[in-house]
Each structure stands twice: as C-alpha cells, then as structure tokens.
Ligand binder design. Sequence first.
Ligand code: GLP
Length: 248
Amino acid sequence: MRILVCKDYESMSKKAAQIILSQVTLKPNSVLGLATGSTPIGMYKNLVDMYKNGVVDFSDIITFNLDEYYKLPITNDQSYHYFMQENLFNHININPANIHIPNGMADNIEKECEEYENSIKDAGGIDIQILGIGRNAHIGFNEPTTSFEKGTHLVDLTPSTIEANARFFKSEDEVPKKAITMGTGSIFKARKIVMLACGEDKADAIYNTVYGKITPKIPASILQLHDDVVLILDEAAASKLSPSDYLN
Ligand code: GLP
C-alpha cells in the first residue's frame, strides 16, 4: 500500500486526476471504476478541466460506478446517476453507451446485480478503481459486516451511513435505507485501486484501513492484501498514520 499525503483537498484532487490522466493516456480504452460522495468532486473538476484544455480524450473509456441507492429515481438530484452526470459525464466526451451504474430501480434486483457483475467481466475487468471511504471504513456501500461479499449485491445501509449521508437530503427520513453496491470482491479484482480521503472524520477509518486487522468489520482493511493500492490523503485524514509510512 502506497500512501501519498497532500497538503490539502486541492492537491489531493489534482494528484488523483493526474493518475487517471496517465491511465487514460497509456490505455485510451481503460475501464475506470468510479466513485461518488463529496471526496472525488475535486478530482472530477480537474478531469473536466483537463478535457476542456485538450489534455485528455475520454471517447474510448468505459466506466463502472460502485453503487446506487435502491429505489431512488435517477432524476432525483441525490441519485448517483444524477451526481455522475452533473460532476463528470455531462462535461466530457464519454460515449453514453460506455457508462455503467447499477440500476437501483430494477424490478429484479438479483438479475440486475448478476448482469452488472457480468458486464464488468465482459469489459475485461476494471483497470483502475477510485474509492472514497465511509467513516466506518465502508467502500462503495460495503458496510461493516461478518463476511466479505464477493459480487454486486443489495445492502442495508447502517445507521451511521444514513446519518452521514443525511446532509445531502432534506431530512434523515429521506435517505434511502438500501443500496446496490459492487461487492468487496468486485472492487478487489480491480488491477489498481486509488483511495481518496480527506478530513479529520476519516482519520480513524484510514488508520484502521492501513494498520487494522483484516476483517469485514473494517471493509477497507482488505486493501492491505491488494498488490497495487495508492491512498491519497490530505493531512487531516492522514493524521493518525506514522509519517514513516508515507511515500513523500
Ligand atoms: C457514500 C458512498 C461511498 C463514499 C462515501 C463517503 O456512502 N457510497 O462510495 O466513499 O459515501 O462519502 P464522502 O466522500 O462524501 O465522505
């Protein structure tokens, strides 16, 4: 696990965008695993700027998003479909046919999950997966539990995640209680993983991700076993780590 500590949110976002830029430059038809949440917004802004400045071409990329709320229409401005259009897809030259986000409105959720997993496989697997992290160390919507889930599945959100995500809704009651998420297994299969975290309220989750026991109770701890993981943190999120473990 490589750990990059940046002085602030802006430099964290820029660094993450540069990693995607180099990925897409080296392999224009890269399969990108994308994340939502407030953390990657700055990275997406940087990518949009790079596109507008002619630095990168996204016409051949294929994307898979980690997750989507269950039974939240995609027209709802808190859906992850809406988020991705607003923050990235509407502003770059991605081919809409290459965008994949789990369909939380599907009638047959089991089938949807199976098909999502198959589409990732058919695309050749994910080259680079961007991750944020929940305060309880969840990745995607893989909440702390008793066993690692392999594939895309429906999940009950924990009270802590519902509370954390309530800031985006009018009230906590409006936050969906379930979501479809790629499993820890689907995430782990990505050839490269880049996790972003900022702010003091992520410091414990990051500490546990780096030094904690590898257990589904700390979903992100499984990243310790992956061969190619980079954590890009701001100083607050890195505040509980030993500086001797940093790359810079
Ligand atoms: C949600 C998403 C995660 C994200 C997490 C943290 O629960 N499903 O993918 O990492 O929130 O979000 P934020 O970046 O807003 O702290």
